[in-house]
Design a protein around this ligand. Sequence first.
Ligand SMILES: [Zn+2]
Length: 114
Amino acid sequence: MPVSCRPSAPNDPELLRDFTRLVPVGRSLDGVLWLEVGVVSWPTPHTPQLHWEPLQSLPAHASAQAVTQARHAALHDPRYFALCGRCGQRRPQGWMHDGDLCQSCAERWLGVVH
Ligand SMILES: [Zn+2]
């Protein structure tokens, strides 16, 4: 599916910056770049914890375009991110309240206290 057909969210650039990263493994010639995705979990109700899960490996010499494409693809992976139906922001799955509502909206509109 072409990138342009997929819905984007106004905060996608922030998510790309804060919740995706590239980790080089090995030497530059035969190494790889691991694309990792930040996953939010809640070991206690008020303290979110971020950990990184490797999603995909790219060749160390991958072009900037290939890297950008892979990072964007990660944002559209429903295992990791979802679009909030109320505010239209994309959120890590760990920040979704229920269904397609994010926690911020759940607090604002439903009076849910996290
Ligand atoms: Zn929302």
